[in-house]
Ligand binder design. Structure first.
Ligand SMILES: *Cc1c(COP(=O)(O)O)cnc(C)c1O
Length: 381
């Protein structure tokens, strides 16, 4: 049976928030901290901070690394723009690495070509719920002194060599937008084991105010010239997650295994229907990984469609290319190019692709209709 997105569990928690008369992050019903602590235990990370979107989580994760304007961050060429814009937003320069065309995941072999003396970090996206080859990526990162952000927005509870994704890099980010494995409508989180990254992240997402949890000591604001100050210790935004979102997110997390079971059932049906058909390739699974699909990616002849967002081809990146500066005015060095053709595998990889939505709310007849239409389109029925 398909599972509704929301149910009585969410309603019961929401009622507590409403009855408590406080819906902001620090409301007395305490759902945001409860959710953060539960998610930390679920994932296996010490510190979790929830924010108002996955995009905010990506920006907060970048900011937590203490990057300087003009620093370069390597990211895969195939990515939601919600991954590259946050890099631009903190004054850094996105540098696109080519991908493995089978998975559209950043190719460890493509990193070297992107390295310069300004490279500070790399964002790895576990695309569609497929774990990236983390050993090779981490080895390259460590060899070159790069920090690693794992973007797990599409890959809750997927595993790489027995470890959950989001526990391998320096900091991980998640989205709780409507389509993701769990949702509060909109929302996001960062997770890390490093208290300094956690502190910087929470300040960035709270306009510089250090309201840390986990019993970490908060500095006190001193008066200046006898005038009290509020305690904005660093630059930041208000990316706060509300109690209403926290209530829904906690109820969702408590049901996550049910959601996963339903997704696995849909994936089984899909794989059984498409396995062995001429010219059709199921998702490529790297050795020793357990994907947990968000969409299930299938490859076939070109006529089945074209999917995958290539960031540097977007209008705003073309504008940066022409102006030779980022949207924030940071100059682009000559070696940073956003020209068509810079990542040929990425551009090739989007052709002949169809992604099947395997969300727990999808009905089997809906999936079946998609499969039938796909087979006809691919000419394999
Ligand atoms: C959804 C998504 C985001 C952005 O999350 P929002 O909550 O929509 O802002 C970032 N990265 C990836 C890989 C995503 O799939």
């Amino acid at each position: 049976m398909p599972i509704n997105c929301f149910g009585d569990e969410e309603l019961a928690y929401l009622r507590e928030v409403i009855e408590g008369q406080e819906a902001w992050r620090w409301g007395k019903s305490n759902f945001v901290p409860r959710f953060e602590e539960s998610f930390g235990r679920h994932l296996g990370r010490k510190y979790v901070h929830a924010v108002n979107s996955g995009t905010s989580a990506n920006e907060t994760a970048c900011a937590s690394l203490g990057l300087e304007p003009g620093d370069e961050v390597i990211i895969p060429a195939v990515a939601p723009v919600f991954v590259s814009f946050p890099i631009v937003a903190i004054g850094c320069v996105p540098v696109f690495a080519d991908v493995d065309p089978r998975t559209q995941i950043i190719d460890p072999e493509a990193i070297d070509a992107c390295l310069t003396d300004r490279t500070r970090a790399m964002v790895v996206i576990h695309m569609y719920g497929q774990p990236a080859p983390m050993d090779d990526l981490m080895a390259t990162a460590r060899r070159n002194g790069l920090r690693v952000i794992e973007d797990c927005a599409q890959a809750y509870d997927a595993c790489y060599r027995g470890r959950k994704v989001g526990t391998i890099g320096d900091v991980a980010c998640f989205s709780m937008q409507q389509s993701k494995h769990i949702t509060s409508g909109e929302g996001g989180m960062i997770a890390t084991d490093d208290p300094d990254l956690y502190k910087r992240a929470t300040e960035y997402a709270n306009s510089g105010m250090p309201w840390y949890m986990y019993d970490l000591e908060r500095p006190e604001a001193e008066p200046v010239n006898g005038v009290p100050t509020r305690g904005h210790f660093s630059f930041g935004h208000d990316f706060r997650f509300s109690e209403l979102q926290g209530a829904v997110a906690l109820a969702q997390l408590e049901k996550i295994e049910q959601f996963h079971a339903r997704r696995r059932r849909l994936v089984e049906i899909l794989e059984d229907e498409l396995r062995g058909l001429p010219g059709i390739q199921l998702a490529h699974v790297y050795p020793e990984t357990e994907p947990n699909y968000w969409f299930y990616p299938v490859r076939g002849p070109e006529k089945v469609g074209c999917v995958g967002e290539i960031n540097y081809l977007e209008v705003e990146f073309q504008r940066m290319q022409e102006n030779r500066r980022t949207s924030l005015g940071i100059p682009l060095p000559d070696y940073v190019q956003y020209a068509p053709g810079i990542c040929p595998c990425a551009e090739e990889s989007v052709k002949g692709r169809r992604n099947f939505f395997v969300h727990h709310s999808v009905e089997i007849h809906e999936l079946q209709a998609g499969i039938d239409e796909f087979k006809e389109c691919a000419g394999v029925c």
